[in-house]
Design a protein. Sequence first.
Length: 245
Amino acid sequence: MVRRTTEIRLRVVKTKTKAKAKAKARTVVAVAVSVGAAAVLLTGCGNGVVADPVDPGGQAVQAVTSAQPPTARTCPETDPTAPQSAPTLIDGTPANTPEGERLSQAIGEQGSGAFADIYATQITDHPAGRVALCVTDLARGRLLVEAAHAADLEADPARADLYLSPYAHRTLQAAGDKLIGLKEAFPIYSVGAGHGAVVEVTSTEAGAKSAEFKARLEKATGGIPVVVRKGEEPTLLEGPLTAAP
């Protein structure tokens, strides 16, 4: 059984002390061929403008233009499995900052809605209190942040930093769907969207080393880059699922 994985771009894992925020956040568990959703969360208050890396001074948003600035930065890559310190502590528990979390939640809702065609991914608390938003169009990305603020006035738009990604999240998901169930020389354990730039696949160690396997997967995605890593074969559950008492 192939798993579809979804990027979880959060600094820390929520705990029971954050139950209310956890219920609001759309954290997606990697399950067998589940419907993917953008990993999102959000907070903050006050009025402001988007401080994107092309204009780090946070000047007023200029007139919308379809041309991308030549110095626009690409979406940062992070390893969610790598150990890193928590952005903050809430009642002694490691957690995301409330400001970053709230803004991330508001942005994610817009990214999975009206702006799904340009939304790639986001990283909460990158750095602490800010949200790195990766989009395929910076001008519309600014409109996305404005829409997030309009939907939640306490989500501070000045805490968002814009980056460019070559592909929208839904584009990578659609490409990944073409690989699910594909019969190849090596098994495919999981499929996911990687930082708005690649389709991520896990397979055997031999599959991860095979240039031919990678090339065949990229042909199946229509030319969208594929990264193959060594993974673990999913464990199949036996017997019916029963609700916990």
